[in-house]
Design a protein around this ligand. Structure first.
Ligand code: IVH
Length: 712
């Protein structure tokens, strides 16, 4: 059925499900389809439909589930975010201890281990499986097979002390590569049932639970992004992706977990407290069949020489993996051999972690300079005596802001330990002070003016960052010209880094506005610019005038205004003029715009030079308007109180919906409250509402109220 349904929905945007079918069947079909696409996207990295098409399917399912709350199950794809851990995390005993591995740091230690394995294995075969040693945290997932033969995620446990872990199920659900449900077909294909049947009542019943263990990692791209957000919020950056992943998995804010994309790689399958008897190699295949993400960098070997060659290959690929590894794990494949080898007190004898050397180096800070970014943000940069770390020469390291310099205690002349977190961007792990590395004697202070154009730097009260607010600052200009031209912004393809530098150096461009008065003759005076490319660039510049308000707002480089905020502002205000005249309070009323963003936008428009630039751009013919978003007002004047847990909406989503329709959400019930929206486990607020006779809605009630009146 799925195969026929899929292309229809993708091509026609028609509902996937047949409205004549019963809701349970429609819901089941949608869930299966969404799971299929989640698997394609999150496990295989090979999506076959667009994000928008995926969202359409998800919304269809949400709507159906909202209309039929009795059909909602915790393993539905709609349930990844929404719940929240109650108070802290419960402690749960592991089915068998989660041990750690013994390490080998060089070839000799690896050969010693191989020798011991062979001695103890006696006449049993020795085949090795090598896998990456992912630098994250281990996680145990418990699945329960239900009456229909499909498996549902029951809980996710951290390693804890190895005997007892913490139940982090709510957060684990948000990890897209963790299947919430494994279909009977996959269980059957995996032979998991067959291999396990004889252990229960003859051949009659399959295993009712199984456990998958593996590693949770934070991909480097997510790490980078989340760390930038931390720093922007005035928090110290996390030292490495592992710490960040561990912190994320244990936060009580499930929404934050969902936003920071974590990944799960499976490596063990446990049935009745025992490792899968089929062996490690087959286990990895089975896990793949079941729909888990299994790391593709793996192989089987019979000799240490082969393993050494694999180690070399992995080290070469290490920088391009997109996540951190700290070595390679080598496991004896056959379960029978594993059992014979057994365990020392803390480690299995049948596996070892070959650890790569840490990629750090010690060097001295020559000076700390301050760079100016596109938004004018001043960022300290440690200029180092060049040092080679993991094969790459590092000459300077960004330090985020003045607080970070103070936190690390870095001064000019300090000796520092530089580390590369797998990716290309290095960071400073800390200052080194010992007999050979004396303390630095220099002084660093954040400048009170822009180091390039000398405009007094602005420092927003309560913020750690300071900014050069001069839009014509040459340093900002160079950065902003390329950003302005970027594809998602004004889309002037011919204006890359090199062209921006040429235009600024030649004096042809001193402000963004100058782009729009460039002539072909002027461009032809530049090196390596011919008639054809000059004309192409001028056409692109001309076309960019129609990009519209949202793109232009982005292009202007206002702090905290990225694509989404720019679109929201443009949709709400409709014109540059309206934005220029908006008060901070009016700006804050826009959905998702908080005080920080509102202040930044407001300040931008208060600045005379910015106003002059905008005026100039308008005169040059740039489009300064956007279509105003239709505001709905059906809940205007009504106050709502939310309590309990709703079946599909999170509290935040419910609040957003009410506010978008003009309603207000208050924290406490009073006579002024118009409606109380109560979900599961609603508490005293519900009682108070009943006492005061205030109408009580459930989630479907709220949704139908939202839909009841047409938009104003
Ligand atoms: S096997 C007894 N395989 O490394 C079994 N561990 O001390 C030990 N790790 O705590 C786990 N990648 O968190 C195994 N492919 C892999 C791994 C892996 C990373 C972690 C795991 C464990 C630590 C070893």
């Amino acid at each position: 059925m799925i195969a026929i349904i899929l292309p229809m929905s993708v091509l026609n945007e028609d509902p996937v499900t047949d409205p004549n079918e019963n809701p349970a069947a429609q819901i089941a079909a949608l869930r299966e389809l969404l799971r299929h696409h989640e698997y394609q996207y999150y496990v295989l990295d090979a999506p076959t439909i667009s994000d928008a098409e995926y969202d359409t399917l998800m919304n269809e399912l949400k709507a159906l589930e909202a209309a039929h709350p009795e059909l909602l199950t915790p393993d539905s794809p709609t349930q990844r975010v929404g719940g929240r851990p109650a108070e802290g995390f419960q402690k749960v005993a592991h089915s068998r201890p989660m041990l750690s591995l013994d390490n080998a740091y060089n070839e000799e230690e690896l050969r010693d281990w191989d020798r011991r394995v062979r001695e103890l294995a006696g006449n049993l075969p020795v085949l090795y499986v090598a896998e990456l040693k992912l630098d994250g945290l281990s996680l145990a997932l418990h699945y329960e097979i239900d009456a229909h033969g499909s498996a549902r995620l029951l809980r996710g446990l951290t390693r804890g002390d190895g005997q007892i872990g913490e139940d982090v199920t709510t957060n684990v659900r948000t990890i897209r590569s963790v299947p919430l449900n494994v279909s009977p077909a996959k269980l059957h294909d995996s032979h998991l049932q067959n291999s396990h049947m004889d252990q229960s009542e003859g051949n009659a019943r399959a295993a009712s639970t199984f456990e998958v263990r593996g590693e949770v990692v934070m991909p480097l791209a997510s790490f980078q992004k989340a760390n930038e957000e931390r720093v922007a919020a005035g928090l110290a950056p996390a030292a490495n992706p592992r710490n960040f992943a561990a912190g994320t998995l244990r936060t009580l804010d499930t929404k934050a977990v969902a936003q920071r994309r974590l990944d799960f790689y499976a490596y063990f399958l446990i049935l009745n407290g025992e490792y899968n008897p089929a062996g490690q190699h087959a286990t990895l295949e089975t896990l793949t069949t079941l729909g888990f993400r299994v790391n593709p960098h793996r192989d089987t070997f019979t000799t240490v020489d082969q393993i050494l060659a694999f180690l070399t290959k992995v080290e070469e690929q290490r920088d391009s993996l997109g996540y951190e590894i700290d070595g390679v794990v080598i496991k004896v494949d056959a379960q029978q051999t594993q059992v014979r080898l057994g365990y020392t007190g803390r480690h299995p004898r049948w596996a070892i972690a070959y650890k790569f050397t840490a990629r750090t180096g010690i060097t001295q800070v020559r000076e700390i300079v301050v760079t100016v970014g596109r938004t004018g943000k001043l960022t300290p940069l440690a200029v180092l005596i060049p040092v080679v770390v993991g094969g790459t020469t590092i000459t300077n390291v960004g330090l985020f802001n003045a607080d970070e310099v103070a936190r690390l205690g870095i001064r000019p002349g300090s000796w520092v330990r530089v580390q590369r977190a797998g990716d290309v961007i290095p960071n400073i792990a800390g200052v080194v002070i010992d007999a050979e590395h004396p303390e630095g004697t220099g002084v660093f202070e954040m400048p009170t003016e822009c180091p390039v154009c000398h405009t007094p730097a602005e420092h927003v009260e309560g913020e750690v960052d300071s900014y050069c607010i001069n839009v014509d600052c040459p340093a900002r200009l160079a950065q902003s010209l390329t950003y302005f031209s970027h594809r998602g912004v004004m889309n002037i393809e011919g204006l890359g880094d090199a062209m921006a530098v040429q235009l600024l150096d030649s004096g042809l461009v001193k402000s963004i506005a100058d782009l729009y008065t460039l002539t072909e003759e002027q461009l032809l005076t530049l090196e390596r610019v011919g008639k054809k490319s000059a004309q192409a660039l001028l056409t692109q510049i001309e076309n960019s005038k129609q990009a519209g308000l949202a793109r232009l707002l982005m292009g202007l480089g206002i702090s905290f205004v990225g694509e989404r905020t720019a679109e929201l502002l443009a949709g709400e205000f409709g014109s540059m003029e309206a934005l220029e005249n908006a008060t901070q309070e009016e700006l804050e009323r826009v959905q998702e715009v908080g005080p920080k963003v509102a202040a930044s936008v407001h300040d931008f428009f208060q600045n005379e030079r910015n106003r002059a630039l905008i005026q100039h751009l308008a005169e040059l013919g740039l489009k300064m308007t956007a279509e105003k978003k239709q505001r709905t007002t059906q809940l205007e004047g009504l106050t709502f109180v939310l309590t309990g847990t709703f079946p599909t909406l999170s509290r935040e989503e419910a609040k957003e919906k009410i506010e978008a329709a003009g309603g207000k959400v208050s924290g406490s019930v009073s006579k002024k409250t118009n409606y109380v929206v109560a979900g599961e486990e609603a508490g005293s607020k519900l009682a108070k509402a009943q006492e005061l006779g205030i109408p009580i809605l459930d989630e479907p009630g709220l949704l139908s109220l939202l839909e009841s009146a047409p938009p104003a």
